[in-house]
Design a protein around this ligand. Sequence first.
Ligand SMILES: Cc1cc2nc3c(=O)[nH]c(=O)nc-3n(C[C@H](O)[C@H](O)[C@H](O)COP(=O)(O)OP(=O)(O)OC[C@H]3O[C@@H](n4cnc5c(N)ncnc54)[C@H](O)[C@@H]3O)c2cc1C
Length: 181
Amino acid sequence: MLAQERVPVLIVGAGGAGLSLCLLLRQQGIASILVEQRSEISWYPRARNLNFRTLEVFRGLGLGAGVIAAGTHVSRMFRKETLVAAEREEFPAVEAAVQILDDPEAVSPKPPMWYCPQSRLEPLLLAAAKQRGVDVRYDTELVSFTQDVQGVTATVRNLQSGLYLLFVRIIWPHATVHTVT
Ligand SMILES: Cc1cc2nc3c(=O)[nH]c(=O)nc-3n(C[C@H](O)[C@H](O)[C@H](O)COP(=O)(O)OP(=O)(O)OC[C@H]3O[C@@H](n4cnc5c(N)ncnc54)[C@H](O)[C@@H]3O)c2cc1C
């Protein structure tokens, strides 16, 4: 018999999306379990630049200052014929593009783009999630799930111990099932 746990929401994947989602749900008072097959946060920068709307979401989570502190201005970008070519043409900086607006502050109080790669963002979001009581489980893989009128049943495996767990969520506890003939 597999161990069973009931949870309102099971989130699979602790990348930027999963970590942000568990924090946003937590903010609304909705409990979740976040499972991630990796053993730890991503050490690769991958998604690097956050736009101002994303920064506003983090500000809404009370993480705005932390994200700004963890990041820096977006790098300057150049176009060259070859990597060793002496001549180069600079692409306009995103900051400069926004400054041509009459009132950039009206668009957002946040910088238009901020360099905060996944390798810096994930630890920050993970720490906030743990601190706010989200159940985050690394080394845990979603193996399969099924869905029926009762809800979703997901099977996850702890990659260290090899143990399987069953997560069950009743989606529609009060729903009536209508049969159309
Ligand atoms: C090499 C590379 C370079 C990139 N460079 C850039 C860039 O310069 N700029 C940019 O904006 N974007 C870049 N990206 C894209 C960026 O990484 C993604 O857009 C971003 O990570 C998506 O976030 P996410 O949270 O949706 O997914 P991810 O960060 O990929 O997170 C998904 C997570 O789900 C986990 N997972 C998957 N299946 C399971 C399972 N069955 N059970 C448990 N866990 C599971 C994975 O391990 C992963 O950690 C790059 C991607 C790669 C691969």
